[in-house]
Structure formats: C-alpha cells, structure tokens
Ligand binder design. Structure first.
Ligand SMILES: C[S@@+](CC[C@H](N)C(=O)[O-])C[C@H]1O[C@@H](n2cnc3c(N)ncnc32)[C@H](O)[C@@H]1O
Length: 368
C-alpha cells in the first residue's frame, strides 16, 4: 500500500464524476517517489493533478472540454467549505428572481421548478465574469457533480429527477423514461446539497501545490513559462471511437454557459476518421508534450478500446509514439485489466449500454 493510498479516496477527487475517469492509483503508482512537474494533456476530471497534489508535486492539466476543465480546476484550489457555502447563499439571494429559466418538457421533468430556480441563480452568478477565485471554482465543480444522478430513497444527493451520474441522456429519451414510470421531480434544496458536498470536498483536503488547469487543444497548446518543464506525464487519451465527451456532457455544459439542448455534431476533438489518422493526431500531442518536457521525461499512458468500435489499443498507441517526431522510447506495455465503469453508470438509468473495456498501460521515456 502506498503512503498516499488513504487520502487517494479523499472526496475532493470525486467532487464530480467524469466519463472514463481513471482511478487515482494509476497516477499515484506512476508518480510515487518522484520529483518535478507533472502534466496530463488529456486531464479529464484531473485525477493525475489530484494525485500530484497528494504527493506534493507541481502539476498542469490540459483538456479541450470546458466541463473537464471546470472539474479538474477544483483539484488544485485551497478553499473552505464555509466560503463555498457563503458564496452559494449570496448567489441564490442575489440572482434567484432575475435568472432566466430554460423551458420545455425536458426541463419541467428534469428538475422541480424551485430547484431549477436555485440552480439558475447559482449558474447566473458564476457566469458573471467578475466572479473568480477558489470558492467560485469549488462551487462550480460541486454544482456540476450534483447536477444529475440517481434519486435517493430518503436523502437526495443530486438535484435532478432520475438520471445517470456521469453523462446526460438525450432529452427526448429522458422524457420518455420519466413519463413511462410517472417520475416527477421532487424539490431538492441546492443549499443543502452544496453544504454537504462542500464539507466533504474541502474538509481535510491535502495541502495545495503550484499549478494550473487549462482549456486547450493539446495538439498545439502553448503553456506559460511559469509552469514546467515536465518530468512526468501521466495521461489517458480518448479511446478510439469515443466521440461523446462534449455532447454527453451537454447538461453540465449548459450550466457553464452552453446551450439548453445538446449539439451532437460538435464532438470533433481529434480526427477519428481512421485509426491511422487518430494515431497521427495523438502523435502531435506527444510532440507538443516533448517541447515542454525535460530529456528523460517519463510518459505513462492508460489506453483502451470502445467495445462498439473494434480497434487494437496497443497497436494504436505504439503507432502514435512511432509517428511522433520527438524521440519516445517504449519501456513497457502491460495489461491494465477490465474497466466496467461505463456499464455501471448505464445501469443507473435502467439499461446496459456497453460491455467492460480492456485497458493497457504503456510507459515511455523521452530520449535526447
Ligand atoms: C479518457 S479522458 C481522460 C480522463 C482522465 N484521465 C480522468 O481521470 O478524468 C480523455 C480526455 O481527453 C480530452 N480531449 C480529447 N481531445 C483532446 C484534445 N485535442 N486536447 C485536449 N484534450 C482532449 C477529452 O475531453 C477527455 O476529457
């Protein structure tokens, strides 16, 4: 057991779930006993950044998705539950009557009107450009984590009617599901849920470290001179065929200022036209990472395949390293076992969406 194994399960890391997140044990084992800056160019919810914080290492996360960035940013802040609660109270008080509410059958069945009013008040307040700081970052992530999920029997942990935790379903399907089961939304107090969640996420959080989380395309993102160069890169690129990081997060994206309905044409993060085109795109990321890293930088990759899109994850990731102009030497390729989180999440909404995913871990070193 690593010294950090206990705090690895600190609720700050689970402040909001994220589709295809990895467990902190993977970055922790890659980083244990090391020093220097840590990068994750596909940071998702910021698990690598959280692991770096546990180990006292400075760290940077980059992701193209605003939802991922909003969640990952909370992994690096130092704030108190009380500051987060006070801010929530202030935003609900000042924006409750003025905030615009989305309308339509989905919204009527997804949230109780009063809960939606409180959500919209916090949303409006957080969208105010002048509102920055650690408490706002924490509140944003807490709200994203509570926005949708399963209904509790007595205590409620989520604002919504029955929904999955990690992704938001298509509005028409969700409406059909609720109507068929006569499920109407109950009133849930935003204040109560934020209070409980903020206390869990902020209480006993590990000491903060230097670093930042950036919304950018890792194929070409340029990082500020104040961070890096990186000694360790721990990451998990999107699995080939996984194209729904934006559209499946549409409800959280709405909370961050996006549209009131999903846009299923907007999932073009990497070129997925063929495995070769995909490997070429990932190679650009390895080159960009190399530009910001020291010689000897260690790259730890977790990668897998989507059951519905047959591909060889090992071949694909090794191809991406070979295609890179930078000199990455592969040290090891190991089986990481089967991940079934996608299946678990789908079960919460009443249907099984996918089979378990087989994953591999690849370690490489930057030569020269
Ligand atoms: C497998 S997930 C990473 C999950 C992460 N390890 C965690 O624990 O949450 C891959 C991430 O890559 C991001 N992504 C896809 N294309 C990207 C690009 N061109 N630049 C930066 N991030 C990208 C997606 O938004 C997604 O969050």
């Amino acid at each position: 057991m690593t010294p950090a194994a206990g705090p690895a399960n600190h609720p700050l890391n689970t402040v909001a779930p994220y589709y295809t997140m990895f467990k902190p044990e993977f970055p922790l084992s890659a980083l244990e006993g090391t020093s220097g800056w840590v990068l994750d160019p596909f940071c998702g919810r910021g698990t690598t950044n959280f692991a770096a914080r546990l180990l006292g290492l400075p760290t940077v996360g980059v992701d193209a998705s605003p939802v991922a960035v909003a969640i990952a940013a909370a992994k690096l802040v130092a704030t108190t539950a009380q500051d987060t609660i006070d801010l929530t109270e202030h935003l609900i008080r000042t924006h409750r009557d003025a905030a615009e509410l989305p309308f339509g059958e989905f919204w009527r069945l997804a949230y109780h009107r009063e809960t939606l009013r409180e959500i919209c008040a916090v949303r409006q307040g957080l969208l105010d450009a002048s509102l920055i700081g650690d408490a706002a970052i924490m509140l944003r992530a807490v709200m994203l984590g509570a926005l949708h999920g399963p209904r509790g029997k007595s205590v409620q942990s989520y604002f919504s009617n029955q929904m999955p935790r990690t992704y938001a379903t298509k509005p028409a399907g969700a409406v059909r599901y609720w109507q068929a089961r006569e499920m109407t939304p109950q009133y849930v107090s935003v204040m109560d849920i934020v209070e409980r969640r903020a206390q869990r996420a902020c209480g006993g959080a590990p000491p903060a470290v230097r670093g930042m989380v950036l919304q950018a395309d890792s194929r070409k993102a340029k990082l500020p001179a104040s961070v890096g160069p990186f000694s360790h890169v721990v990451t998990s690129p999107p699995y080939y065929g996984m194209r729904t990081y934006m559209s499946d997060q549409w409800l959280r994206n709405w909370f961050l200022g996006g549209d009131e309905s999903p846009d299923y044409s907007a999932d073009r993060q990497l070129d997925t036209s063929s495995p070769a085109a995909f490997a070429k795109d990932i190679a650009q990321v390895w080159d960009n990472v190399a530009d910001h890293s020291i010689a000897g930088c260690r790259l730890s990759i977790r990668f897998g395949a989507v059951p519905s899109v047959p591909s060889d994850p090992k071949e694909l990731i090794l191809d991406s390293l070979e295609r890179a102009s930078s000199d990455w030497g592969v040290l090891a390729v190991n089986d990481a076992g089967a991940a079934d989180s996608g299946r678990r999440q789908a079960q919460q909404f009443g249907f099984v969406r996918s089979k378990p995913i087989t994953e591999i871990d690849v370690t490489a070193i930057l030569r020269g």
